[in-house]
Design a protein around this ligand. Structure first.
Ligand code: SME
Length: 165
C-alpha cells in the first residue's frame, strides 16, 4: 500500500478519490496523533491531485481565530480572523464553502496570487469544530460537487481517527 502513495494515480477523478480514501485509512490507522494525521493527509492529497496548488489545515484557536496547521504548498497566512475569507466563513457557518472564482468571493484572502478556485471543509473532532481543510487550485472552477463529496469524506475520516489535543 505505502509504495503506491505519491505515485500519480491513473483513472478519472472519482477513482483517484476512492483510492486516496483507501490510502488515507491506512495512513490514519498508524497513529491517532492530530498533527501527524493532518500532515500526512495534506501530503497525500497534494501528491495525488495535480490540480491542487495548496492543501492544508487551519486550526481553531481559543480566541476563535484560525491558525495555519500542517500544509503542502507555498507559505500561507498564519492567522485568519473569525468569519474572514473562505476559511473563516466555512468555520463560522460550520459548512463547506466551494468557490468557483476567488475574485467573486467577498473578502477572499489571497495567500497565493495564482489561486483561482478554492474549497474549505469543516473538520470536526468529537463532534466539535476543530478547524478547516482548505484546498486551492490555479485552475478556475476546479472544484465541483464530487470534490465536495469526497473531501467531506476525508474530513469525516479525520474526525473518526484522530485524537483531540
Ligand atoms: N484563501 C483563503 C486563505 C488561505 S489560503 O488560500 C492558503 C481564505 O480566503 O480563507
Amino acid at each position: 500500500m505505502k509504495k503506491t502513495i505519491g505515485r500519480l494515480l491513473a483513472g478519472g477523478k472519482e477513482s483517484v478519490y476512492k483510492e486516496t480514501l483507501r490510502q488515507l485509512e491506512s495512513l490514519l490507522a498508524e497513529d491517532d496523533d492530530l498533527i501527524a494525521g493532518l500532515a500526512n493527509t495534506s501530503a497525500l492529497l497534494k501528491a495525488n491531485f495535480r490540480s491542487f496548488s495548496w492543501v492544508g489545515f487551519y486550526l481553531l484557536g481559543t480566541d476563535g481565530a484560525l491558525v495555519v496547521g500542517p500544509f503542502q504548498g507555498k507559505p500561507a497566512c498564519a492567522r485568519i480572523k473569525p468569519g474572514r475569507g473562505v476559511c473563516g466563513t466555512a468555520a463560522q457557518r460550520n459548512e463547506t464553502i466551494l468557490v468557483e472564482d476567488v475574485a467573486e468571493f467577498p473578502g477572499h484572502i489571497a495567500c497565493d496570487p495564482m489561486s483561482r478556485s478554492e474549497i474549505a471543509i469543516p473538520i470536526r473532532l468529537g463532534g466539535r469544530l476543530a478547524g478547516v481543510l482548505d484546498v486551492d487550485s490555479g485552475n478556475p472552477a476546479n472544484f465541483d460537487g464530487m470534490d465536495r463529496f469526497y473531501l467531506e469524506k476525508v474530513a469525516e475520516s479525520l474526525g473518526r481517527s484522530l485524537r483531540k489535543t
